[in-house]
Design a binder for this molecule. Structure first.
Ligand code: ZN
Length: 197
């Protein structure tokens, strides 16, 4: 369990993992605890993520929290006001300016908490996540349970394959898988559709 450091300067935290690993629940847990301590909190999500609700961050088990949808990373800077804590969900869908924006916030003594998929459905590091993981003071990798074998899952397997990296979906489209089951699934798909994966 992540325990907040007792320092007053800004820093960056990243919560990463596959789908169904509890990233958003962990983000919401941290945000709620900051709110209980009367800290000023603002939460952002990319405008692309409108699966459940326009202005809320919602986890798979329906925990939710108010958020501001933004089109570009730099738009975050227009909405922070005097926030002490900034939460960013679905960080992988943001543009490559997000690391710079997070650095700016941390340098303004803001606690920045990001949650995002570390890898896409091909098992490749996702968008700005590798940079954010490198720059963060604190990284928490959460795991799902492999939907094939019950092992520890770090991969997101896409059951219906196409080349679209940004595709929002739920259990009908994606499965959490361990390395072995992910590779087995990908081998089947490569044979089926001869994709260059
Ligand atoms: Zn497995």
């Amino acid at each position: 369990m992540f325990v907040e450091p007792r320092i007053e300067k800004g820093w960056i935290e990243v919560i990463c993992g596959s789908m169904f690993s509890g990233k958003t629940e962990e983000l919401i847990r941290r945000i709620n605890r900051a709110k209980i301590a009367h800290q000023k909190v603002v939460i952002f999500k990319p405008q692309i993520d409108v699966r459940y609700h326009e202005r809320k961050v919602v986890s798979h088990n329906d925990t939710q929290i108010d958020s501001i949808p933004v089109a570009k990373s730099k738009d975050i800077l227009d909405h922070i006001g005097n926030a002490e804590v900034v939460g960013i969900d679905e960080a992988q869908f943001f543009d490559m300016n997000l690391p710079e924006v997070c650095n700016l916030l941390a340098e303004k003594k803001v606690r920045v908490i990001l949650a995002g998929l570390d890898m896409d459905f091909k098992g490749i590091p996702f968008g700005p996540m590798p940079l954010l993981l490198s720059m963060a003071e604190y990284v928490t990798k959460v795991h799902a349970i492999c939907m094939q074998c019950g092992g520890v899952a770090g991969y997101t397997f896409k059951r219906i394959h196409n080349e679209q990296t940004v595709e929002l979906g739920e259990k009908d489209l994606y499965e959490a898988r361990c390395r072995t089951c992910f590779n087995e699934g990908m081998a089947v798909i490569r044979k089926q559709i001869k994709m260059d994966l």
